[in-house]
Design a protein around this ligand. Structure first.
Ligand code: COA
Length: 574
């Protein structure tokens, strides 16, 4: 079973490395003169644009409010305990010392807000991709101001998603561990199942075997489950006085044996560096630990492109012709407020250029090639209902990109409901449509190229799968704050209820419909989705081009790893 899983993972990355190594041999991209999309705002757009803008501003305010909330972590008292009593650095300060700069791609910062078991800011753990000595690395960093960094079910989910992204994009992982292990009152949702706590450790071993580096910094408590992260890492650093590793702490020892022992003597940095060998580097203080870690990362065998070449490439990139701020007015407040999606594309691509594919066929799906910060991508964007011809066109284009090893970017805005079957002719049309949808889903699922999905409007029904929704495993999936994610859009609950029957009173039916619509409205918001980790985060429309650049840079990095072919067993700490 283990071999089987490993070889599947192995095949997947070997395939993507093969794709990438052919890219590495290319000295320069072929010249292109894609057509410029002339898509200025026109007076005719004003009414819809302004309504969208008002909605986007309200969503942005909510985004800012939540961002401020999660930055406060576990609150004032917990911060005082963490910094003054425990004399530890705050998690963002740690990242500032670890990473080259503060400009990192944070993943799902709103995860954990408003859950049935409470508000867990950032799910108690920051994850993201940042550069260390120029190399993009995944970081997974506990925030011990949130209930001592203990793992809630959402924390585990967030860590597993971070590891999944690291596997898919072959990113070295750095764990900053400061955790009291499982949040005990919810143990039944954390411990027993496959994709729960133990999976993090399993993944660590699998990634190490795949030569995806695993590095750990013990900068706080590593109790119980937390203890396995550094002991399974390939290289671990531990900070004197604040770092401890043990399965049960001094209170447990006292209860079991009556012996009084200090945390330092039981599992401090000296013990683990000098006696147990659980860690490889002893640091006197936190800053030194992050310096060690940066040096460890510089021993990973990557060769990045020359900085001057990168600089020259960046300078040669064309900016879009139109301001990214205009995306706020293009982000649809609902499906009926969607403007031509080419207006969105022209505000994301280099020079607003776009080489459209099948421009005259299946026109409710726009497909074509463009560059984003110099990266060639195939764009698949909804521009109306995903009709039968649009779906056929989508399948064709996705396969084309797969054949050419070109990453795919899905701009998703699917229709609020699925088609009804009210006549025989319609039933026949729907069946054909169903077959075409199935083909597009297969094409998307089987395409071995990297995929990025941005939900710019609606994410509803089966069309969302064909447009590479979460279940279809995109490398990254982000939502604009106006986005709605639900089986059908709010206001369309009627399509989900059983057809009219004389027994059901009209009034009762209306009440049911209203209730369902209210629920759909609440549960479909982008923030609701992100708090449950159905995506990799909410991004502001005006930041989309930058986020896409980071994702495409991150995806490309694996071609610079020098040693990938030979599979190794995971490194074992004796
Ligand atoms: N489950 C649930 N809650 C926990 C917890 C756990 N495993 N570990 C800590 N907490 C809670 C504490 O009750 C406290 O809650 P409060 O803020 O509402 O009072 C909060 O987390 C912070 O803990 P506290 O002990 O006050 O902070 P600290 O910085 O002094 O110590 C730890 C942090 C993690 C080192 C310490 O709490 C500890 O050792 N916890 C037990 C760890 C353990 O045995 N885990 C076994 C898991 S299988």
């Amino acid at each position: 079973m283990f071999r089987c899983m490993l070889s599947l993972a192995e095949q997947r990355w070997q395939c993507s490395v093969r794709c990438m190594s052919s890219a590495a041999r290319r000295k320069r991209a072929l010249r292109s003169a894609f057509q410029v999309l002339e898509q200025p705002l026109q007076p005719i757009h004003q009414h819809v644009y302004e309504a969208n803008l008002r909605n986007s501003i309200a969503c942005r305010n909510k985004y800012i409010e939540l961002s401020e909330k999660v930055r406060k972590g576990g609150g004032e008292n917990a911060i005082a305990r963490h910094t003054q009593r425990n004399r530890k650095l705050m998690v963002r300060e740690r990242l500032r010392l670890l990473l080259d700069d503060e400009d990192f791609l944070e993943l799902s910062p709103f995860a954990g807000l408003g859950l049935p078991y409470g508000d867990i800011p950032s799910a108690g753990c920051l994850t993201g991709v940042g550069r260390i000595n120029g190399l993009w690395c995944m970081f997974i960093a506990n925030d011990a101001t949130v209930k001592g960094g203990t793992a809630y079910p959402i924390t585990v989910k967030k860590q597993l998603r971070a590891q999944e992204i690291a596997i898919q994009n072959r990113l070295p992982c750095v764990y900053l561990v400061d955790s009291g292990g499982a949040f005990l009152p919810l143990q039944s949702e954390i411990f027993p199942d496959k994709n729960q706590g133990g999976r993090t450790f399993y993944n660590e071993a699998i990634m190490s075997a795949m030569k995806i580096a695993q590095v750990s910094v013990v900068c706080g408590s590593c109790t119980a489950g937390g203890a396995y992260i550094p002991t399974m890492a390939e290289e671990a650093v531990m900070v004197h006085r604040i770092g401890t590793i043990f399965l049960g702490g001094p209170p447990l020892v006292k209860a079991a044996t009556g012996e009084e022992v200090t945390a330092e003597d039981l599992g401090g940095a000296r013990l683990h560096a000098e006696v147990s060998g659980c860690v490889d580097h002893f640091a006197w203080e936190e800053k030194e630990a992050y310096d060690y870690t940066r040096n460890i990362v510089s021993t990973l065998n990557f060769q990045l492109p020359e900085e001057e070449d990168e600089e020259r490439k960046r300078k040669a990139e064309e900016q879009p012709l139109y301001s990214s701020e205009e995306l706020l007015g293009l982000a649809p407040k609902s499906y009926n407020y969607s403007l031509d999606v080419k207006m969105v594309i022209s505000r994301l691509t280099d020079g607003s250029r776009f080489q459209e594919f099948k421009a005259l066929y299946g026109t409710t799906l726009i497909t074509g090639f463009a560059k984003i910060h110099g990266h060639l991508v195939g764009i698949v964007a909804n521009d109306g209902e995903l009709s039968y011809p649009a779906t056929l066109k989508g399948s064709h284009f996705v396969q084309l990109c797969d054949q050419r090893d070109i990453p795919l970017l899905f701009l998703q805005n699917t229709a609020p409901t699925t088609a009804l079957t009210l006549s025989t002719t319609q039933a026949e049309m729907n069946t054909n449509h169903l077959k075409a949808q199935g083909s597009m889903m297969s094409a998307v699922a089987c395409a071995s190229v990297p995929k990025i999905t941005v939900v710019i409007g609606g994410c509803h029904g089966a069309d969302s799968f064909a447009m590479c929704g979460r279940a279809f495993d995109p490398n990254f999936l982000f939502l604009w704050p106006n986005a709605r994610v639900s089986i059908t859009a709010p206001g369309h609950a009627g399509s989900l209820l059983p057809p009219d029957s004389e027994q059901v009173e009209e009034e009762k039916k209306t009440q049911e419909e209203d209730k369902l619509n209210r629920r759909l409205k609440e549960e479909s918001s982008a923030f609701f989705s992100s708090s449950r980790l159905w995506d990799d985060g909410v991004i502001l429309p005006q930041d989309t081009r930058k986020v896409l650049r980071d994702c495409l840079d991150i995806i490309k990095q694996q071609q610079y790893q020098m040693s990938t072919e030979k599979l190794q067993p995971p490194l074992l700490r004796i």
